[in-house]
Design a protein around this ligand. Sequence first.
Ligand SMILES: [Zn+2]
Length: 374
Amino acid sequence: MRKPKILFSIILLLIVVLIIACVVKGSQKKSVATSISKVEIENNQIENINSIIPQNNSNEVSTINKKEDNKNNSNKKDNKKTSSTEKYKDVNETVYAIAKVHIRKKDNVNSKILATLKTGDTVKRIGIGDNGWSKIEYNNKEGYIYTQYISTEKPPEAQEIDLNIDPNRKIDSSKPMLALTFDDGPNPNSTPKILATLEKYNCVATFFDLGIYMESYPEITQKEEAIGCEVGSHTYAHKNLDNLSKDQILEDIKKAEKVYKSTLGHDLTMIRPPYGNANSTVRLTLNYPLINWDVDTEDWKSKDKKSILAQIKKVGNLDGRIVLMHSIYDSTADAIEELIPQLLKEGYQLVTVSELANYKGVELKTHTSYWGLK
Ligand SMILES: [Zn+2]
């Protein structure tokens, strides 16, 4: 009788272990599901995060240094890979700098800077390494450049665009002016409220609308332009362009251009890239000026009228500034109702981005990012 009892106990123990294993697996799955939804939420908030710390892509060298530093750090584990003895595949070709980039003595970010190339400068490449560096010849000396910032393809030249200036609008160039800009719309609830306030005070702003919403609410985008505002594109689907290939960037922008033209009957002239992100691939691919901002109201973060107004007040002199807001929040619409008469009282003229560039003497060029027009 004893043996069957032991056998029974072993079976019972196995069942218990099996049940525990199932429970643990189930809770793991649940935690994976929780982290996926967290990632989704975080992705939705990327713009918010990036708005806090706008990435100033005009300072390409500092971006490169960060990237080089990261690479350097990751390669520290394997010093052989970062050394100049790394094998380079022989080539003999002319390459163009596609951003401002350093030539270094060795293929290491800590190595001495021999020279700095500007976008469009050429050098002779004599080797391509699988460590991310290219060996080049410069002034009869050997040097190294980070491969990501050179190309065999000649980068397009930045061309000045025709500004959208209404000769009937009277603007005094000697008086202060600023450009209010609204992203992510049109939105059927809050955008009409913003437009009503602008109309009430006979003021204009610039809207960077998304292709997907222009398709749904074309009449709102048309109204923006009808009351004298400027309309740019915030791309078709609000993707982070820095993560896309050249073809993917063009695919999105072609869709945005098509919706824009069918909605407004004329061609697009300026783009605000989502999150303000425009790396060298984005800038070389997009044949538009890329208009960012130099005042962030953080309306997306606070969603609170008082905070939005306080954020603007904090800046002090707003002359020549481009103010970032979003046309998709009621709190922003409420803030505008109070902000506009206040700005007018302080003597500011509210102008479009094109007008601001025109009166501040800034030529807006294609393939160029602008963080303000001062
Ligand atoms: Zn946006």
